[in-house]
Each structure stands twice: as C-alpha cells, then as structure tokens.
Design a protein around this ligand. Structure first.
Ligand SMILES: [Zn+2]
Length: 90
C-alpha cells in the first residue's frame, strides 16, 4: 500500500470536532481552515474549549497487492458503511 498521489487528490484532510457538542467542521486540505472553524465556534460558544482533530490520509493499493488480509475481511464485515465527509473526494 502506498500514499495516493493521484494528481488533484488531497494528501491529507483535517476536520475538527467540538468535544462538548460534537459539532464538526468541514474537511479541509489546510489545517488552518479547520482551526478557523474552531475559533468561530468558540466565539459562539465560549464554554466549548475542547476539540479533537480527525486527520484523513489517502492510500492506494498498487497492482498485484489485491489480496485482502483476513483481519481486514473481518473488519469490513463488522463495520457500517463509511459516511465521512471525505467521500466527496473519491
Ligand atoms: Zn461545541
């Protein structure tokens, strides 16, 4: 597996989540944009002072690496479909 370096594909997406009310920013390629959201959220909710960052990295399987490890098969069977905001980049 290797990082996805497809032209135009984002390398990393940053999203911040308020630890108090669980509101989330949009996904941004620049971390500073997610931080802007947090500062604006804090202005509206001065007591919401804790945040979590969700970082999404993109990976690709090169040809010839199509075998699925057993652990991943089990994970896929148990995991609900992903609805991350990064899906607009796929
Ligand atoms: Zn909040």
């Amino acid at each position: 597996m290797e990082t996805d370096e497809t032209p135009g594909a984002p390398r990393v997406l940053h999203q911040l989540e308020c630890a108090t009310c669980h509101a989330r920013s949009a996904c941004h390629e620049q971390q500073v944009s997610a931080l802007d959201w947090a500062f604006n959220h804090l202005k509206r909710h001065p007591d919401h002072r804790g945040y979590r960052e969700v970082v999404t990295k993109f990976w690709r399987m090169p040809p010839g690496q199509g075998r699925t490890p057993t652990a991943l098969k089990i994970h896929k069977q148990r995991s609900p479909p992903s609805r991350g905001c990064w899906s607009r980049f796929l």
